[in-house]
Design a binder for this molecule. Structure first.
Ligand SMILES: C[S@@+](CC[C@H](N)C(=O)[O-])C[C@H]1O[C@@H](n2cnc3c(N)ncnc32)[C@H](O)[C@@H]1O
Length: 304
């Protein structure tokens, strides 16, 4: 039997994809997403034909078993301006209250909500609690836990709070952590467009090397997550050990005894642009954002 799903704030369908990966038969009865590019991507991935829809005016009478929603998180996120998500505030994060309106109307058996961990902070906790209270009032039993993608097979250090609500009194346990077998390196494509690498000029800029004196061989590059426009990682990488072509690691400035951390091929690198200090994570990477301050160390032969 297929589970009837309503995907709210559906984006590119990570929730649907999770069901697919778990081999749980399901049908997306409706998908609510306002961004036409996200809708286009979703349709291309799943072979569907959905149109963009605004959740604030969405009011259909459909029967569904499961509502999944990753409501906008930027106003709760530490990376954002922390405008919050109070009901009626008009912030994007306050759209979580639209889900409650829809849950109240459709009363599905299960509701799964995903959001940033910072919603549990002192500043935003009241909105999280308001969600749980409303769900309890509607007859749901709520379970929530902060889960990290790296504990579930994905080489990314991405923490999110997941809330599972079940209509009635049913027990639920979050799955146990798994050993991480996939490495960040395994996720990289062998052939990628040049735009994903820093140019030689930019590499030298980052290393503080004058173009004419550069000992850096042509083509040795540092993969950046978005594009080469990033000027932000300057000053964290120096010309000392770890930055020479013969070194098999990259030296990333940090408050350690040595004054740096070593990033080896496949390690995720994050540079705090205000403190000019970096973090290295072995074989995994921080949550990717639109800030261009993260990358993957790739010193493979092809790029030298
Ligand atoms: C955090 S993302 C969810 C990502 C999604 N879980 C995925 O797998 O891609 C929030 C989504 O809400 C969408 N959104 C924002 N305002 C909306 C609105 N008024 N109606 C419907 N969707 C909206 C955004 O375009 C964005 O794709």
């Amino acid at each position: 039997m297929e589970i009837k799903v309503l995907e709210l704030f559906g984006g590119i369908g990570a929730c649907s994809n999770a069901l697919k990966r778990l081999k749980i038969p399901f049908e997306v009865i409706d998908y609510v997403e306002i961004d036409k590019y996200a809708v286009k991507s979703f349709n291309a991935i799943y072979g569907t034909n959905f149109e963009p829809q605004d959740i604030t005016t969405w009011d259909k009478n459909i029967e569904v078993d499961l509502i999944m929603h990753g409501s906008p998180c930027q106003d709760f996120s530490l990376a954002g301006k922390q405008a919050g998500g109070d009901e009626g505030s008009g912030t994007r994060s306050s759209l979580m209250y639209e889900t409650l309106r829809i849950v109240e109307k459709l009363k599905p058996k299960y509701v799964i909500w995903e959001n940033v961990k910072n919603i549990l902070s002192k500043k935003h906790r009241h909105n999280f609690d308001a969600y749980l209270d409303k769900m309890s009032e509607l007859g749901y039993t709520n379970y929530y836990q902060v889960l990290n993608a790296k504990d579930y097979g994905i080489p990314q250090n991405r923490e999110r709070v997941f809330t599972v609500s079940i209509l009635g009194n049913e027990n639920f346990e979050f799955p146990p952590k798994q050993e991480l077998k996939l490495k960040l390196k395994d996720m990289l494509e062998d052939e990628v467009d040049d735009k994903y690498y820093l140019s030689d000029k930019m590499i030298n800029y980052c290393l503080g090397i004058n173009q004419k004196e550069s000992k850096f061989p042509r083509g040795e590059r540092f993969l950046q997550n978005i594009n080469r426009k990033n000027q932000n990682i300057a000053n964290s990488i120096t010309t000392n050990a770890g930055n020479r072509p013969t070194d098999n690691f990259l030296r990333i400035k940090n408050n350690t005894k040595k004054g740096y951390l070593e990033a080896y091929e496949g390690d995720g690198v994050y540079t705090n642009t205000s403190t000019k200090r970096g973090t290295v994570q072995h074989d995994i990477i921080q949550t990717l954002t639109t800030f261009q301050d993260k990358g993957v160390e790739t010193r493979s032969e092809e790029h030298v």
